[in-house]
Design a protein around this ligand. Structure first.
Ligand SMILES: [Zn+2]
Length: 241
């Protein structure tokens, strides 16, 4: 049996591609709770068949209102991947497209520090670049600086990394292996015990925002649905837009 890493970005009602409405998020979490599917920390999901791990990219401020209290209710672990030079600022990093993504506040170091230990902070680089576009030296610096910032600010080293835009290559993964035990991508797939720990696939909840109950995640219909979404997404990715 497979397991899965679920991903959200921002919880807001703007309708952007990085946004899940808070009401939809609540429904997703409640349906997961009703299903009895175990929610485990990221470092255990690969070896716990039938489980899920919850991840949030970029560290948006709106998690404090819409995610953390709900996770508290169930006592669930989660990983928040932060962009270390942007904590307490907004998501306007240089690689952000000029249109389509709203400017949103990010959690500050103080807020991150105040989170309970079951909410783990992971690395999402120092400035959110496309890592494959960087020189080996710059890629190394993005990862090292983020890891060091987290350790310096929070007192513990991050053990996991989320590649910005899911963008990695063999060289990027080699650099990653110097600093992190796990790294997650954006490939829309389930994971298994033999998944590469430095290239773990994730299910972006953007594709599950309507008409699909998370409680049915491990049913055969989910795999068919995902196969279809994956094909549509890959076809779109090839378009010159
Ligand atoms: Zn990101």
């Amino acid at each position: 049996m497979r397991s899965a890493i679920l991903t959200w970005h921002s919880l807001d009602d703007s309708g952007s591609v990085i946004s899940t409405p808070p009401s939809v998020f609540r429904r997703q979490i409640e349906s997961l709770a009703d299903s009895g599917i175990p929610v485990v920390p990221l470092n255990r999901v690969r070896n716990t068949p039938g489980s899920v791990a919850l991840t949030f990219d970029d560290g948006f401020q709106n998690l404090a209102q819409h995610a953390f209290p709900l996770l508290d209710r169930f006592g669930w672990p989660a990983t928040v991947f932060v962009v270390s030079q942007y904590c307490g600022r907004s998501n306007q990093w240089p690689s952000q497209p000029a249109t389509g993504i709203p400017a949103l506040s990010l959690l500050s170091w103080d807020q991150l520090k105040a989170l309970p230990p079951r909410i783990e902070i992971g690395a999402h680089t120092a400035t959110h670049p496309h890592l494959t576009a960087l020189s080996a030296q710059d890629c190394d610096r993005e990862l090292r600086e983020c890891r060091d910032d987290i350790e310096h600010r929070l007192g513990y080293p991050a053990e996991s990394l989320a590649y910005p835009y899911g963008d990695s290559s063999q060289n990027v993964r080699l650099t990653t292996s110097r600093y992190f035990q796990f790294a997650v991508s954006t490939s829309l797939r389930f994971l298994s015990q033999d998944s590469d720990p430095l290239d773990l696939p994730r299910l972006d909840m953007y594709y599950f925002r309507s008409g699909f109950s998370l409680g049915a995640l491990f049913n055969p219909t989910a795999r068919m649905y995902l196969g279809l979404r994956g094909m549509v997404r890959e076809a779109r990715a090839r378009l010159p837009v």
